[in-house]
Design a protein around this ligand. Sequence first.
Ligand SMILES: [Zn+2]
Length: 126
Amino acid sequence: MNCPKCGAELPLEASYCPKCGAPRSEIERLLDDAARAARRAVDAGVAAVDRAAKELEPTFNKAFATVRPALDDVARTVKPVADKTVKAAKEVADKTVAVVKPAVAKAAEKTEHVARRVKERAKKSG
Ligand SMILES: [Zn+2]
């Protein structure tokens, strides 16, 4: 171990620090003090973290409770937009069908007409 006073390496069983001359009893007292202070600091730190967590918990809960309706609002706001988008897409599809359908029907009618004429001609010549 090292002398807590000057930092010099202490020979095992030395009664005094070879560098600063601090007696072993004083060194041990200093080391005890340091260990106690470290333990106190750790305990205080743990207690502080614990206390902070306990103090922050209602804040987090409150924050979540505050944010929650906002999230619900967002969901409520987004849903009609999503519904509107689906509705708009369906309307476009319906409109496309409405525009295309008569054209397709007309084409079918024309094809039928042509087919009938071809048939009639075939009958006449046949
Ligand atoms: Zn020393």
